[in-house]
Design a binder for this molecule. Structure first.
Ligand code: AHR
Length: 635
């Protein structure tokens, strides 16, 4: 239990000193990190609604499918599918229904694109409908004609009327006819997508992400990059092209990935948020401990990474740039950051330095402007450092999954970092109030409470004050399907089911801070601030940072009050004239407060206008709160 040692009646003074230059704020300070975990893509952001769409989720059965209609039957056939990438198919007599990812996203007045690869022993048609899970309500239906003896792709539109309710109570039914046997090779259903991208993303989740104004997107992992076994690494070349040619693979988090979210989709996702990609390349280390040592064998993977960079940035005359054009994106994407592997400190063979050097040299030779990120060398969440000495990485990726107390304690760790060393990329971090969020995740979480959000924000003040060293940071994991069985990690930023989504208190704390980052820090100090104690250890009760936008004169003062009581703060401004009006945005509540599907805005920011500001003024911040005070100054 936290014992709060409040200094009785003391007033905290927060001083902002504009007479000192501060440091430049990294323009890429805050971004997002993503991987396939917690059904982040399949059953999450990726707009596909049909689960087990190509019958690869199980070798002998067809989970998430069932026979529908009197005398109907379904059976998985492991061979005879539409192509080598999709060898399995579903033999159907009568009709089959798909249950979706914990239901379907049924919405009023909405058009759904349906595609079905099918063949039958007698020519005919398929009656497709979206219905309630028990079949008692039919929301919309259509007929797909032209089923023949060979595989063909049938396409149609399902459109709901405006009176259809918004619900997850749905299933997709395909009535194939009692008089024949039909085989289904791949079935896909998409509702509207963000920016109307084909094979695109769920609009509500994309909006939540874009609203954070992330400067970059780190992908594809995380453990998802490495894979549990070598064949299940993120093999980007197999994630390109039409969805029926992508074989998919087993994700390390216990379920298969369709790879519908492939390399191009990651890039378009970043583009749609106005972010730049931060590309993690497979670097020869697999989660089961297998390693491809530096040398000839690794050179194939180094070439694979160079091809990947060419796919992203190359012109139409390059082999892989031409492939991207063919895949539908003529314009090259920007790419300034490549990360070699993920968490290679777990590679106990000690091979990382050699592997890193091989990648580093090859990338720098062909793309000298790309910044190469090492996954070791910084401090990680187990407190380890494995410095690379043969080369100086441009950035070191540090990961922190820490208790709320430790995260607050780390608010000052970057004050002491070596200014001459590599820059820091905090590529995964989160404050958590449950131990080991990867164990028994179904019983914990799914999203952080206000206590976590306060610690997150406190840590961010430290990154912001030191953003001459911390060049980039991104929280993880980002997304979680909140349904039972949907998650493998307990503390995740954004939750959703098939229909609705919500940001956690940590989401809002980060959004408030990410939306308001200037281009220079303002030297800030606190005096007379109360402290907090736990188990004999003492930490500040209040955390702060300040940045300014040198063009507009806007100043953003971030204040985290980790104490239960409101705090009166005396602001003293030196070296600039403060305009009399501004605003304050704050997030507050009780420590255990969480948001949920049912109460998405229980903890959400509120904004108030502030007047009477000057070089010396007082303002009270609520107990347990994150506040951003916006001022305007003339220097
Ligand atoms: O974010 C969850 C996992 O934590 C990531 O996949 C991995 O990089 C880290 O260990």
């Amino acid at each position: 239990m936290i014992l709060l040692a409040l200094l009785a009646q003391s007033v905290t003074t927060l001083s902002l000193d504009f007479s000192k230059p501060g440091v430049a704020v990294s323009p890429t300070l805050y971004g997002l990190m993503t991987e396939e975990i917690n059904h982040s893509y399949d059953g999450g952001l990726y707009g596909e609604q049909v689960r087990n769409r190509s019958f690869k989720d199980h070798r002998e059965q067809a989970p998430h499918w069932r026979a529908v209609g009197e005398g109907a039957s379904i059976a998985l056939e492991p061979t005879g599918g539409i192509n080598a990438a999709m060898p399995a198919c579903l033999k159907v007599k009568g009709g089959a229904a798909n249950e979706g990812y914990w239901g379907f996203r049924i919405q009023p007045g909405t058009r759904y694109k349906l595609s079905v690869w099918a063949k039958a022993d007698r020519a005919g048609s398929i009656e497709a409908s979206l219905e309630s899970a028990d079949g008692s309500k039919v929301y919309t239906k259509t007929t797909l004609t032209g089923v023949g003896s060979g595989w063909s792709k049938l396409e149609g539109t399902l459109e709901t009327s405006r009176s259809v309710p918004a619900t997850t109570d749905g299933r997709l039914v395909l009535k194939t006819g009692a008089d024949r046997t039909t085989w289904l090779g791949m079935v896909s259903l998409f509702g509207p997508t963000f920016n109307n991208r084909p094979n695109g993303n769920r609009p509500d989740l994309m909006q939540l992400l874009a609203d954070m104004k992330p400067k970059f997107l780190r992908f594809p992992g995380g453990n998802y990059l490495e894979g549990s076994t070598f064949k299940d690494r993120f093999n980007w070349k197999k994630t390109l092209g039409p969805i029926e040619t992508r074989p998919g693979h087993q994700a390390p988090w216990g379920y298969r990935s369709t790879d519908g979210m492939g390399l191009l989709e990651f890039l378009e996702w970043a583009e749609d948020m106005g972010s730049e990609p931060v590309l993690g390349v497979f670097a020869g280390y697999v989660l089961n401990g297998d390693v491809i040592e530096a040398g000839t064998e690794l050179s194939g993977f180094v070439q694979d990474a160079l091809d990947q960079v060419e796919y992203i940035t190359g012109g139409p005359k390059t082999k892989w740039g031409a492939q991207r054009v063919k895949d539908g994106h003529p314009k090259p994407f920007p790419l300034r950051y490549v990360e070699v592997g993920n968490e290679d400190a777990f590679d106990v063979s000690g091979s990382y330095e050699g592997r890193f050097v091989q990648f580093y040299d090859a990338i720098k030779k062909k793309y000298p402007k790309i910044k190469v990120i090492s996954t070791t060398g910084g401090k990680d969440w187990l407190g380890r450092r494995f410095p690379i000495t043969a080369r100086k990485p441009d950035l070191l990726d540090e990961h922190y999954y820490s208790s709320t107390w430790e995260m607050m304690a780390m608010a000052t760790q970057y004050d002491a970092y070596d200014r001459k060393g590599p820059k820091i990329f905090v590529g995964e971090w989160a404050a958590q109030d449950v131990p080991e969020p990867w164990k028994d995740a179904a019983k914990k979480g799914p999203t952080p409470n206000l206590k976590c959000a306060l610690a997150d924000a406190a840590f961010m003040t430290g990154m912001e004050r030191n953003s001459d060293v911390v060049e980039m940071a991104c929280y993880a994991p980002l997304l979680v399907n909140v349904n039972p069985g949907g998650r493998q990690w307990a503390v995740n930023l954004i939750g959703y089911d098939a229909l609705s989504s919500f940001g956690s208190p940590s989401y809002y704390a980060q959004k408030m801070m990410m939306e308001r980052v200037g281009d220079r820090t303002v030297p800030v100090s606190l005096s007379g601030a109360p402290t907090q104690s736990e188990g004999g250890r003492t930490l500040p009760g209040i955390f702060t940072s300040a940045t300014r936008d040198t063009k507009s004169g806007k100043v953003y003062v971030k204040i985290v009050n980790a104490l239960p009581t409101a705090q009166e703060i005396q602001f003293e401004v030196k070296g600039a004239k403060v305009a009399s009006s501004g605003s304050i945005t704050f997030l507050s509540g009780q420590l255990p407060d969480v948001n949920s599907i049912e109460e998405p805005f229980k903890v959400a920011p509120k904004q108030e206008a502030v007047t009477g500001l000057s070089g010396s003024f007082r303002r009270t911040v609520p107990g347990y709160s994150v506040s951003v005070l916006e001022l305007r100054v003339n220097e």
